[in-house]
Design a protein around this ligand. Structure first.
Ligand code: FAD
Length: 318
């Protein structure tokens, strides 16, 4: 362990991995990355369905990659393999299963406090913790007896189950389309039109609606959930009710505002960190990368570019 690291990176998703790898390529060697999950990229591992298609220009956002990580269209598995490989090849210091609880400025450096009660010192900090640690939840109660059947990703689904997917973004549409290969699926979105999804998802969804693989339940919200003999009864605002084996909410994630506030980072009214043109937060020396900079979610390519841009700036200051 170094006495003082040049950079401490919080979060081992695309933004954090890019920050670490690009630092090493620039010759900044004393870098440490903290990841609360058992491995890197918890969001991809936990929230992407197996074999999910991964688009580089996600949600139709065309992003030119600036850095040295060659990320392209692929699948969940090929994307995880790419990150496995670059972490192995670059051999930077990683502390897995280590949640950072807060960061505190002490003179010329920061102290990183972890949930394991160990502290680390670093000159600069990159925060890239994403938003999926806290998936958005519905405002109505989920009865405790059906909690296991109400999920925020598709990992627990069993083939043949009658599933309701709730949401109107790319994640909801992707879950619905992939699950419709093996399950009866209904997609519920409170609006009538899907305005936030990319072209490929639009096409897939249209064809699933047309050939009856997905039942639409659009322009209607959910009022409440009930336990109906061990299944989930969903009461909609139009007065109808349906019973499902499983309900999956894919309604985005929340910026971890408590953590950011503890670190002294100023936020806007939506809980998004305020940054300058160099990605520096309101705390001098603390930089922000990836999804936490977006109200409605970013992309892998955008997070990789943030990591690259940030460490160029830190290199100048070291
Ligand atoms: C279902 C779904 C499908 C998607 N499909 C695509 C796609 O096809 N193409 C695309 O480009 N994008 C896609 N995205 C978006 C993409 O996953 C994100 O934009 C990207 O992962 C953001 O990277 P990040 O590094 O900012 O955050 P994340 O990937 O969320 O990584 C943050 C990491 O920080 C860790 N962490 C959080 N808090 C702490 C803490 N306090 N201490 C230590 N570690 C912590 C988390 O465990 C996590 O591993 C999708 C997202 C979802 C949910």
């Amino acid at each position: 362990m170094k006495e003082i690291y040049d950079i401490a990176i919080v979060g081992g998703g695309p933004g954090g991995i890019a920050s670490a790898v690009e630092s090493l390529i620039l010759g900044i060697k004393d870098v440490i990355l903290f990841e609360k999950g058992e491995g890197h990229s918890t969001t991809i591992r936990k929230f992407y369905k197996d074999k999910k298609r991964v688009d580089k220009d996600y949600k139709g956002q065309k992003v030119e990659l600036n850095g040295n990580i060659y990320f392209c269209d692929g699948t969940k598995e090929s994307t995880l393999d790419l990150f496995d490989k670059i972490i192995q090849e670059n051999g930077f210091e990683v502390q897995f299963q280590t949640e950072v609880e807060s960061i505190e400025k002490q003179g010329d450096f920061f102290v990183v406090h972890t949930a394991k009660n160990t502290d680390f010192k670093a000159r600069f900090i990159v925060i890239s913790i994403g938003k999926m640690g806290q998936p958005n939840k519905p405002s109505y109660a989920i009865p405790s007896s059906v909690k296991g059947l109400v999920n925020f990703n598709a990992n627990s689904c069993v083939d043949g189950e009658n599933i309701l997917v709730v949401g109107g973004g790319n994640s909801a549409v992707e879950y619905a389309c992939v699950l419709s290969e093996t399950n009866p699926v209904t997609l519920n979105y409170r609006r009538k039109e899907f305005t936030r999804i990319n072209e490929a998802n639009h096409e897939n969804l249209e064809s699933c609606f047309k050939n009856g693989k997905i039942q639409p339940k659009l322009g209607i919200d959910i009022e409440s959930l009930e336990d109906e003999g061990g299944k989930v009864k969903v009461n909609f605002t139009d007065g109808t009710s349906m019973v499902y084996d499983r309900v999956i909410y894919a309604i985005g994630g929340m910026a971890p505002v408590d953590f950011l506030r503890k670190c002294g980072v100023a936020l806007d009214a939506d809980g998004v960190p305020l940054i300058d043109a160099k990605h520096q937060s309101s705390v001098d020396g603390v930089y922000i990368a990836g999804d936490i900079l977006y109200k409605n979610g970013g992309s892998i390519a955008a997070a990789l570019n943030h990591g690259f841009d940030i460490v160029q700036e830190i290199k100048k200051r070291l």
